[in-house]
Design a protein around this ligand. Sequence first.
Ligand SMILES: Cc1cc2nc3c(=O)[nH]c(=O)nc-3n(C[C@H](O)[C@H](O)[C@H](O)COP(=O)(O)O)c2cc1C
Length: 165
Amino acid sequence: MPRSLKIVGLGGSLARSSKSRAALETALAGAETAGAETQLLDIRLLDLPMYNPDDDEPTEAAAALIESCYAADGLLWCSPMYQGTISGAFKNALDWLHVLGDRDPPFLHDKVIGLISAAGGTQGLQELETLGEEVVRVAARFAADVSLHRQAECVHAAERVATVA
Ligand SMILES: Cc1cc2nc3c(=O)[nH]c(=O)nc-3n(C[C@H](O)[C@H](O)[C@H](O)COP(=O)(O)O)c2cc1C
C-alpha cells in the first residue's frame, strides 16, 4: 500500500477564537477526506519568537515548524487579512523558514501550497474542503511525475477550486 501524503496546515491567528484557524481546519478535513495524513501548525500554539537574523538558532517550536514544513508533501496556509495583507504573526512564521535556504532542495521548492485568507467577508466552507482535496490531488501528481509543468498544474487546480459553487 502506498504511503499516504502528508499535508501540513499552517495558520490561524493569536486570537483564542480564530476564524482563520477554523477555515484551515476545514481545508485540512478536505485533505483527510482525500486520503492524506494531516498536521495542524497553529500559530497561537506555536508561540514563535520573532525571527532575528543575528540569532536564528531555531527554538523547539521553530524547529518543529521548519521540519514539518520541509517534510510535507503539500501545505495549506491560512492567515487573517490584516491591513490588506497577511498578519504579522503569520509573516513571522514564514520568516523562520528562511533557514531552509541552505538545504538541497532549498526552501519549500516545488511543494504545492493552498492559500486561504480569512477577512471581513464570508467564504464557502465547501470551497475550503475542495482546496484541501486539490492540494492532495496535485501533491500526488507531483510525487508521481517529476516532469510535470508545476505552474500549469497549480493554475488548473485553482480553476477547479474557483468553479465550486
Ligand atoms: C489588526 C487587524 C487588521 C484587519 N485588517 C483587515 C483588512 O484589511 N481587511 C479585512 O477584510 N479585514 C481586516 N480585518 C478583519 C480580520 O481579517 C477578520 O476579523 C479575520 O477573521 C480575523 O481572523 P481571526 O478570526 O483568525 O483572528 C482586520 C482585523 C484586525 C484585528
